[in-house]
Design a protein around this ligand. Sequence first.
Ligand code: NDP
Ligand code: GDR
Length: 325
Amino acid sequence: MAKHALVTGITGQDGSYLAELLLEKGYKVFGLKRRTSTPNYVNIQHFMNEVEFIDGDLLDVNSLIRAVKISNPDEVYNLAAQSFVGTSWDQAVLTGQATGIGVTNMLDAVRLVKPEAKFYQASSSEMFGKVVEVPQKETTSFYPRSPYGVAKVYGHWITVNYRESYDFFGCSGILFNHESPRRGIEFVTRKISDAVARIKLGLMDELRLGNLDAKRDWGYAKDYVECMWLMLQQDKPDDYVIATGETHSVREFCEIAFRHVGLNYEDYVKVDPKFYRAAEVDLLLGDPTKAISQLGWVPQKTSFKQLVQLMVDSDLARVEKTLPR
Ligand code: NDP
Ligand code: GDR
């Protein structure tokens, strides 16, 4: 009998890669998706026939109860969230409701309908926020620096609390930034790779960015979803930092991306304070030792340079197709 998995956030970057991985492993995959007036299935259209979709929203607990009833899951991956840090200042309440309280809604739906299901919560390195320790590990204190980070801390602790309060298999993956050609266009890496492609093809002549000195521990999303699955295959639930153990600045990302197409970033990148954050996270660098030793996870399958280059190549190919012949 195939195992059943329910994935929230399936239309997003991670949900799409995770669904592919679960399908490869022979799971029956159910995806929670929101009703929209104009659907955007760009990340999932190639496997839509293989997944059963259930309409629902993290803000509507009844829809989640229904989703758990229909899918009867062995494993639940809660990836849905308002995930863009910048927007979290503009829509702080909504971010709190979806990214924070939404986790409780999902946990309660699982606990009521299928309490023996294993549960994965998408926690984030944004919970570390202000630097209190480098590198950051599972025991590092949280000091979030955005409404998004604050909401993720709530989601994280409510998952830990349900694990400790009930006989419940809940895990949190504290994932550091991970990117891919499926990354939303407003995130800095994809904003850069898309702009590099457009500049190279003569469609744009400058790229406006905010803080070029922010440093992130950037990995490849396709490599990271495997960890989510690994966490739910363990005998005991636990929380794990998932990171590469390397950090790079936004400036370095620009340098490599522009150089890959024979250009110098300094000729095109302009700093625009419009893209500064109200409070910045200056440095993220994760220590994945626990995941390596306990899950047998291998970080850095895809190097930082390879990641930048594969994102630029993908955007070049995509933008080129839109040009008139
Ligand atoms: P995306 O922004 O690409 O995807 C978010 C998904 O959540 C989309 O499918 C979106 O649906 C869905 N969603 C948003 N709000 C709701 C809601 N109220 N009800 C139901 N679904 C909703 O994020 P990623 O794939 O990059 O990230 C996945 C998860 O991991 C998120 O929780 C994110 O916060 C977290 N995370 C991500 C990291 C990263 O570097 N990518 C690092 C650490 C944590 P729709 O298409 O309808 O908008
Ligand atoms: P982040 O990702 O906030 O780390 O959250 P993002 O790519 O938005 O920002 C990374 C860093 O780049 C700086 N930056 C800019 N950012 C954007 N978006 N646009 C710009 O023009 C720009 N210029 C500089 C930012 O200030 C920041 O320091 C991501 C999300 O996926 C979260 O959901 C996830 O939890 C964390 O990663 C880990």
